[in-house]
Design a protein. Structure first.
Length: 128
């Protein structure tokens, strides 16, 4: 095998590795978003692990810190349950107001836009 072919093969392998890493990370975060607690839950787990490493917690301290973070997870989920409907209502009012300034043809396109994006928004917010 010539040196050029070997170099091209190594470059292709490196780029394939980067692509797999990017796609894997995207898939992980997309999956994590749809789990109960979403990214907040992941963030709290990472925080707990970081505290354990940085502070060299004893087993008892780790157990207590995990319990505190579990309580925090519950609080964050409650805030999300209270906040998401308000955010959706604000978004809907905003789009309704914009719809009021559109021509009839634009209003039809807005209707299709809202239908298309409602599904994505529900998936993102975990409300669907």
């Amino acid at each position: 095998m010539s040196r050029t072919v070997a170099l091209l093969a190594m470059t292709a392998l490196f780029l394939a590795g980067v692509l797999v890493g990017v796609l894997g990370t995207h898939a992980f975060y997309a999956w994590q978003l749809h789990r109960p607690g979403g990214l907040a839950s992941l963030g709290l787990r990472l925080l707990g692990n970081s505290l354990d490493r940085q502070l060299d917690l004893t087993a008892e301290q780790k157990k207590q810190a995990d319990a505190i973070l579990a309580d925090t997870r519950g609080e964050l989920q409650q805030v999300r349950r209270e906040t998401v409907p308000r955010l959706l209502a604000i978004r809907a009012r905003s789009l309704d107001r914009i719809n009021g300034i559109l021509t009839p043809a634009q209003q039809e396109r807005m209707r299709r836009f809202r239908v298309r994006h409602a599904h994505n928004l529900e998936r993102l917010l975990g409300t669907g």
